[in-house]
Design a binder for this molecule. Structure first.
Ligand SMILES: [Zn+2]
Ligand SMILES: [Zn+2]
Length: 333
């Protein structure tokens, strides 16, 4: 099969890779679309993966192509979204069904081969059927949509009728904004240094531009130190700051702002990934797919590029170099 294979930091090649074997108890998925995550750019060009060669890509959806004989509940042709974390099932976190906190996990696209490839083999417990009316390109964004929802659930009791300010108007920021509106926020604003991102936010019906003076909930959806500092400045008395973006560098916290966080009794919420595999509404994945089906989450406007796998190397380099305007980039193997 064809894949984007990372041989070393920055050494990404479009080439033939072995097909993953259909192991007992598993399902082979023909990848339809795999999104480029903000974390993929440093993973490919700066930090590398856990071993080489690796196929990156963890935000994906596709169609079931083959099912091992003992697997029940899935059949060829089923459209599926894939939870990309493989949990051990034995540690304390797994016992509490906090799979993303698993002490011994595996992960498509970083620890093991992912979906910048034509095929991936997945255990059925990591598959969710895509509801009718949700397209495969939208379903490929279930992971970031679930992460965005998870971030706001930490402050769910502070949203109804309140103000939310989001720092960073990339795909994840725009998803947080849509969830905030769906969860009852009275005002939602986004800020970002890139004007085109603000245009997109306005097209989706949000206030975008200069950050508001104060907000009940301030979300860093960028991971850049200036964005987190701006979020901390914006949180009003008794408000909350949500740390969602992956840190892009060290942060120096000015003592005056530090003091303000104390005086205003602002709470800081670290959030990580999403909840999956739960029976109730804590399951961010089911909720994300349901919200897409119901039209509460509009993800297609976030897609700026859909490129075939053969052009994947060029588009990933372009994203690294900031050559174009990028929002959600989907690779189509
Ligand atoms: Zn991601
Ligand atoms: Zn575990």
């Amino acid at each position: 099969m064809k894949a984007l294979v990372l041989h070393a930091v920055g050494d990404l090649r479009y080439e033939d890779a072995p097909e993953p074997p259909l192991t007992p108890g598993s399902v082979r998925v023909r990848v339809a679309f795999c999104g480029v995550c903000g974390s993929d750019i440093p993973r490919i060009f700066v930090k590398g993966t856990y071993r080489f060669p690796t196929i990156c890509g963890h935000e994906f959806a596709g169609t079931v192509e083959a099912v091992a004989p003992e697997v029940r509940g899935f059949a060829p042709g089923d459209r599926v979204a894939v939870f990309p974390l493989l949990w051990c099932g034995k540690c304390g976190a797994c016992a509490e069904r906090k799979y993303v906190q698993c002490e011994n996990y595996d992960y498509y696209g970083s620890r093991r081969d992912g979906a910048f490839a034509e095929r991936v083999v997945v255990p059925p417990r990591n598959l969710l059927k895509i509801p009718d009316g949700v397209r495969l390109e939208e379903a490929a964004m279930t992971e970031p949509a679930a992460v965005a929802r998870h971030a706001l659930r930490r402050v769910a009791d502070r949203l109804d009728g309140r103000s939310v300010a989001i720092f960073g108007a990339g795909p994840i920021g725009l998803m947080v904004a849509q969830w905030a509106r769906a969860m009852g926020a009275a005002s939602v604003s986004l800020s970002d240094p890139i004007a085109r991102k603000l245009d997109l936010a306005r097209e989706l019906g949000f206030d975008a531009g200069a950050p508001p003076e104060r907000a009940d909930v301030a979300v860093d959806a960028a991971g850049a130190p200036p964005a987190l500092l701006a979020a901390m400045r914006a949180a009003r008395r008794g408000g909350a700051v949500v740390l969602l973006g992956n840190p892009a560098g060290d942060l120096t916290l000015p003592s005056a702002l530090w003091s303000q966080l104390m005086r205003r009794e602002v709470s800081l919420h670290g959030v990580w990934n999403s909840d999956y595999g739960l029976e109730d509404d804590r399951d961010d994945w089911k909720a994300a797919l349901e919200a897409m089906a119901a039209g509460r989450l509009r993800l297609r406007p976030l897609i700026s590029h859909v490129v075939p796998l053969a052009e994947g190397v060029a588009v990933l380099r372009g994203m690294r170099d900031g050559r174009d305007f990028y929002s959600k980039v989907l690779i189509r193997p």
